[in-house]
Design a protein. Structure first.
Length: 435
């Protein structure tokens, strides 16, 4: 069979399985199983067990459950409530101060979370009711927090970057550092938009009562521990004091210490954190195994290599190819969650971008910037449904979608900037110590 027809058929079957509701891990597993039986024979089914052991027996992956557990403990510790309260006081003089505070809280929580859905849920459950009670426009409220929550996938630690670095065998520390400036840039763009819009439409965000400087300074004591935790993890990775996995272990320990110090952690909360961590880790583990077998069989059939050679032979500009890749990712973001997009497309796209001379670290971070759109893009934007779930009944999904549109456009602007100016991503990793 012609390689192009075979590749098209493989992805048509895969997308069909996902569209009819088969979980991404099982979809990849079914397609991989069929390919192994057809092209390698039943004797090679042992490939699944050896791949499972080889892929999961990886020290770098220890970071995933530890970062997830750290985020769960911080969520149950009520730190997000304290952070929002503190930032609301310090931004009280700005137009749209509560929306600005919510964005800053998303940015802070993203630095200790690793997942966008967790960030959106943690901040949204506190900020959405408070902002609506203060008379804030429901579309601005819900749309801004849905978009701000997506920063959890970009600002380190990022679970998607850990998965990407493991599959592509790139430095997870460099990927983490590559996400810092784009994450802060997008957060700044969101805040600038909120302030500008509230200046021209002050009815969207009523002004808060005056806050004294004493109240501002007193609010800091509630969040110093989480600020220290986020900053210490960043500095440790940057200067090479420890690997991301080691830092994840230390971070999880100190997150529990913070929770106990605040006297907010109960046995029930710890049990819930463990169970949630177990579910998420098992989900990611199954996907990794299936995706690794999928990538192996594609490589065995030489499909990524043939596709790369064909693209190069067309003498197309590398940036035209990059534009095509981004358009495909945006389209897939309407149909799949970011983890699925990552694991389905990496075996195809990474050989292409390497052949075109692009930096794999830059591509990995750019990939995550693109998948931020998937979190707020209908019909499958997970953050949209999370915000809907924590909003009052009078807030319709349509309102959340309309509120998220401006932030989708800002995400696209941010994506264009990191594509045109790669140093936005690559500068900080290039200055790391011990890289």
């Amino acid at each position: 069979m012609e390689w192009s027809l075979l590749l098209t058929l493989i992805f048509a079957v895969l997308i069909t399985l996902i569209m009819v509701g088969v979980p991404i891990a099982f979809s990849l597993g079914i397609v991989s199983l069929g390919l192994v039986l057809i092209f390698l024979g039943p004797n090679q089914l042992m490939l699944f067990s050896t791949t499972a052991f080889g892929q999961l027996n990886n020290f770098a992956l220890v970071a995933i459950p530890l970062f997830v557990f750290m985020a769960e403990i911080i969520l149950h510790s009520g730190v997000s409530t304290d952070a929002f309260d503190m930032l609301a006081k310090w931004t009280s003089k700005l137009p749209g101060s509560l929306a600005v505070a919510a964005q800053l809280t998303c940015t802070l929580f993203a630095a200790v979370s690793g997942a966008s859905t967790a960030t959106a849920a943690a901040v949204g459950s506190i900020a959405v009711p408070e902002m609506l009670n203060r008379g804030y426009d429901k579309r601005l409220t819900c749309g801004s927090i849905a978009a701000g929550g997506a920063l959890g996938a970009l600002i380190p630690p990022s679970i998607y970057m850990i998965i990407y670095g493991t599959l592509v065998e790139e430095s997870i520390g460099q990927l983490f550092m590559g996400g810092v400036i784009p994450g802060l840039m997008l957060s700044g763009m969101f805040i600038a938009y909120i302030i500008a819009r509230c200046i021209f439409q002050p009815e969207l965000a009523p002004r808060l009562t005056e806050v004294t400087w004493e109240e501002r300074w007193r609010s800091l004591y509630k969040v110093w521990a989480i600020l220290f935790l986020a900053l210490s993890m960043f500095v440790s990775i940057y200067v090479g004091l420890a690997t991301p996995s080691e830092i994840a272990g230390i971070g999880a320990f100190f997150a529990m210490a913070i929770g106990f110090a605040y006297r907010r952690l109960t046995w029930k909360a710890i049990q819930g954190a463990f169970l949630s961590t177990c579910r998420i880790t098992c989900f990611i583990g199954w996907i990794l195994v299936a995706a690794t077998v999928f990538g192996y069989i594609l490589s065995y059939l030489q499909l990524p290599q043939k596709l790369s050679a064909w693209i190069i032979s067309q003498s197309a500009s590398p940036y035209v190819v990059l534009l095509g890749i981004n358009l495909i990712l945006i389209f897939l973001g309407c149909l799949m969650d970011p983890a699925g997009i990552l694991l389905v497309t990496i075996p195809i796209f990474v050989p292409i971008i390497k052949a075109l001379g692009f930096d794999p670290v830059w591509f990995g971070v750019m990939f995550v910037v693109n998948t931020e759109l998937a979190q707020i893009t209908p019909p499958l934007g997970l953050n949209l449904f999370i915000i809907k779930g924590i909003s009052p009944p009078h807030v319709a999904l349509k309102d959340i979608l309309i509120g998220a549109w401006p932030f989708m456009l800002l995400d696209m602007v941010g994506l264009a900037l990191v594509c045109i100016f790669p140093q936005i991503i690559l500068w900080l990793p290039s200055t790391m110590m011990g890289r």
